[in-house]
Design a protein around this ligand. Sequence first.
Ligand SMILES: N[C@@H](CCC(=O)N[C@@H](CS)C(=O)NCC(=O)O)C(=O)O
Length: 219
Amino acid sequence: MILYASPLACSGAAQMILLELGLPHDVEFVDIYVQPHVVIDDKGLFVGVNPKNSVPALRLDSGELLTEIGVILQYIADLQPNSRLLPKTGSLARYRVMEWLSYVGSDVHKTIGSLFHPHMPEAAKEIHRQNLNRRLTYIEQRLADQPYLTGETFTVADAYLFVMIGWEPYFKFDLTPYPNLTKFHERVALRSSYMRVRQIIAPVLEHVKLPVFPRVEPR
Ligand SMILES: N[C@@H](CCC(=O)N[C@@H](CS)C(=O)NCC(=O)O)C(=O)O
């Protein structure tokens, strides 16, 4: 398996889950901070690998390419069905994780993404900030009496949310208004899979020129 990933991008969640499960894989890093996006190692155009031109993309051993983070996370976790990272297919618990994957993907990830668009007018960003605030407040309440999104157990959905609210070491949301989310972030950051991801991306970060983003403070 080859994971096409980019440092600090949502693909970090897929990288974490591969490491959590100890699954053999290669990572090809893509510079999504240049146009057109290129695969760093061979300088090939990434659109030639994934016509959607976004990470993550997973090259399966069969040669097929799988895309979409919410699906890739489930595919990887299903390779080890007895892991606790994803409940079994068909169970309500599985649908709960899928429910969170969908929420983090469509309501959190894509709202955060808009805030960093360099040409988006400030008035539009303000609407996105309000939406983000509403969604993070909902998550904050859910984390009030449980350590992870679906309860006591860390799942693939937690990995996705963690990467979305972290964006370390480059920039960080102000999580001060969200103490439960802050604790969630600190908890997941201690996982060895995340520490390993940071080690792996450190040399890659030297090869990419990250854009300058303003600090975002959800209110
Ligand atoms: N629909 C895709 C979106 C993934 C996505 O937004 N990836 C971002 C990085 S977090 C990306 O590759 N951005 C570069 C681009 O779209 O040009 C998914 O859910 O996997």
